[in-house]
Design a protein around this ligand. Structure first.
Ligand SMILES: NC(=O)c1ccc[n+]([C@@H]2O[C@H](COP(=O)([O-])OP(=O)(O)OC[C@H]3O[C@@H](n4cnc5c(N)ncnc54)[C@H](O)[C@@H]3O)[C@@H](O)[C@H]2O)c1
Length: 252
């Protein structure tokens, strides 16, 4: 088992990528703390974890609220006494497919809160625990759109911020034996996108991407979860500050 008895906190664990990651970590022996704003989704994820013989618990938290984040890490500390792995997966594009004149202060702010500020604050709280124990693996969620993406203004900015912050945290925490890396997936087949665009548009979108990605398909949540597993394990112990593109070679 690659994560035997490790304590792992996963935010966004009710979503497709978060749930797949939670189950993958549990399969490798981790105790998984499932966190999301969506309590019902958390319960489903914990059920999936337990269905694989894994163990875990739920902490409901809204990562756009500093108090929720502080309480979440206090809960981890209180219940488990340590934290080995943090996967910051909560996020999404809450201002998608707009033109530049449609950028709204509220939606832009929310995108930055949920994708970037949440990452900074969760890393801060995790670092306090991990620095003490001189061990930790932090996995942040960026996106291939950190390089810029048409019609994704505030989301690409937020994910670009994750990219820069990830490197800075790696520089600060390396001396404490804490690895900080980020994932940058291209298009992943997830229900939130499929539901938002509808089946016809999804077919067109995923086919267009598949034609442009050298590996000829879009990503599945398991592709992202497997990369997160590698970064959470000691197999990646000399890798830090990296942003791993999970893109089928989309950008070579
Ligand atoms: N799907 C893709 O193509 C893709 C590509 C690159 C990066 N990503 C990133 O991967 C991550 C997971 O996305 P997904 O595709 O699985 O979508 P998803 O919507 O299934 O998962 C996102 C999860 O985050 C949770 N969340 C949203 N706001 C929250 C908040 N304020 N507090 C706590 N939890 C909150 C949602 O409830 C949801 O469960 C996101 O950060 C997303 O930006 C996705």
């Amino acid at each position: 088992m690659r994560l035997q008895d490790k304590i792992a906190l996963i935010t966004g664990a009710a979503g497709d990528i978060g749930r797949t990651t939670a189950v993958r970590f549990a399969e490798e022996g981790a105790v998984v703390i499932v966190s999301d704003i969506n309590a019902e989704g958390c319960a489903q994820t914990l059920k999936a974890v337990e269905g694989k013989g894994g163990k875990g618990s739920i902490i409901k938290a809204d990562v756009t609220k500093e108090d929720d984040i502080i309480n979440m890490f206090a809960g981890v500390q209180e219940n488990y006494g340590r934290l080995d792995i943090l996967a910051n997966i909560a996020g999404g594009d809450f201002e998608p497919m707009i033109t530049v004149d449609d950028i709204s202060y509220e939606k832009m702010s929310y995108n930055i809160d949920v994708n970037l500020k949440s990452c900074i604050l969760c890393c801060r709280e995790a670092a306090k625990i991990m620095m003490e124990q001189r061990y930790g693996k932090i996995i942040n969620m960026s996106s291939l759109v950190h390089r810029g993406s048409p019609m994704q203004f505030s989301y690409s900015a937020a994910k670009g911020g994750v990219f820069a912050f990830n490197r800075t945290m790696a520089m600060a925490l390396g001396m404490y034996n804490i690895n900080v890396n980020a994932l940058a997936p291209a298009l992943v087949e997830v229900s939130v996108i499929k539901d938002a665009v509808g089946s016809e548009m999804w077919e067109a979108l995923s086919q267009d991407c598949a034609e442009r990605y050298p590996l000829g398909r879009v990503a599945q949540p398991i592709d992202v979860a497997n990369c997160a597993l590698f970064l959470a394990s000691d197999e990646s112990s000399f890798i830090t500050g990296q942003i791993i593109e999970i893109s089928g070679g989309a950008r070579l």
